[in-house]
Design a protein around this ligand. Structure first.
Ligand SMILES: Nc1nc2c(ncn2[C@@H]2O[C@H](COP(=O)(O)OP(=O)(O)OP(=O)(O)O)[C@@H](O)[C@H]2O)c(=O)[nH]1
Ligand SMILES: [Mg+2]
Length: 196
């Protein structure tokens, strides 16, 4: 798999013209969006990550082979930035998700330990109104035991209310990657069938 950084945009109008199908990575600040991108695409140098929330402040576009583009977005639910910056992030996320014709789906990342927190409830309500297929990824699974993971998975199925079951993910576990691509392919087949 060949992956490369394409460009960054602070505002919707700064985005490049789309040439491939696009997928957005959406989730709370610090949930692990940029880490997920690097891990699943097997390129540690692709997206910048940080222990502190609020690292990604732009829409960063990454191309995968000649097949698709993934868009790392700023996180939501992070209070410690200025009101202006927060407003720009919200507008960038909303504009991208609502206006980008090339957008085929959203990966919605939720911390597996914290299903149903306020910021995600708000996101769930918003996503239910937006007509874009959503695939849920439960991050930081290594923080839980196997038993806890499956309990949280059951809660997440109800909470995220998505067509396909959420994927359980940890950047510390190789099998997450393989499983994710299987889930992704199942989701693609499901979407192709529902479009017929
Ligand atoms: N234990 C563990 N830590 C993780 C995992 N994924 C991400 N992290 C950690 O979570 C922190 C935040 O990761 P990022 O990838 O920067 O999160 P983000 O969602 O891109 O954050 P913003 O760009 O600020 O919105 C970092 O310290 C990561 O190392 C995981 O699967 N397991
Ligand atoms: Mg990030």
């Amino acid at each position: 798999m060949k992956t490369q950084f394409l460009s960054s945009a602070a505002h919707f109008k700064d985005l490049p013209a789309a040439t491939l199908p696009e997928y957005a990575i959406l989730g709370r600040s610090n949930v692990g969006k940029s880490s997920f991108i690097n891990h699943v695409l097997e390129n540690k140098a692709l997206a910048r990550t940080s222990k502190k929330p609020g690292k990604t402040s732009l829409a960063n576009l990454y191309q995968i082979d000649e097949s698709m583009v993934w868009v790392d977005l700023p996180g939501y639910g992070y209070a410690k930035v200025s009101a202006d910056e927060k407003a720009r992030w919200s507008k960038l996320i909303a504009d991208y998700c609502l206006k980008r014709d090339a957008l085929k789906g959203i990966f919605w990342l939720i911390d597996i330990r914290h299903i149903g927190v306020a910021a995600d409830i708000e996101a769930a309500q918003w996503l239910s109104k937006v007509d874009i297929p959503v695939f849920t990824v439960l991050t930081k699974a290594d923080k839980l035991t196997r038993k806890q993971r499956f309990e949280q998975l059951e809660r997440a199925k109800i909470f995220s209310n998505c067509a396909c079951d959420p994927a359980i993910y940890s950047v510390l576990e190789h099998e997450s990657r393989k499983k994710f691509w299987e889930n992704f392919n199942t989701w693609q087949e499901f979407l192709a069938q529902s479009n017929q």
